[in-house]
Design a protein around this ligand. Structure first.
Ligand SMILES: [Zn+2]
Length: 103
């Protein structure tokens, strides 16, 4: 959880902004304030939270000099291009996609 002090600098980021800076954040290249806002958004937004986890996984693989999971890479590319071209999909779609694993 994140305390609410000040506030002006804590405007929520959009998914699109997160997608742009996520990599820099995980590389430790983003400003701390930015990294925090990304983390805050990832906590609220399930989709971005998942992508953050995928990024971490890829980075861990690379750090161990392993080949990152191909499906994770594809997912990530998909995520990035979907956000940058079409904007974030409606939440309902996300939920339905995740719950619809029964068939
Ligand atoms: Zn998001």
């Amino acid at each position: 959880m994140i305390g609410r002090r000040g506030g002006a600098a804590h405007r929520p980021m959009t998914c699109r902004e997160v997608a742009r800076v996520l990599q820099a954040c995980l590389d430790g290249e983003a400003e701390e304030a930015t990294a925090r806002r990304v983390a805050a958004h990832a906590e609220d937004c399930r989709r971005c939270g998942l992508e953050t986890a995928v990024y971490r996984e890829i980075k861990n693989s690379l750090a161990r000099q392993e080949v990152p999971d191909e499906s994770a890479m594809a997912r990530l590319r998909d995520f990035g291009s979907a956000l940058l071209t079409a904007g974030p999909p409606p939440e309902a779609y996300d939920e339905a996609a995740e719950l619809g694993g029964g068939r």
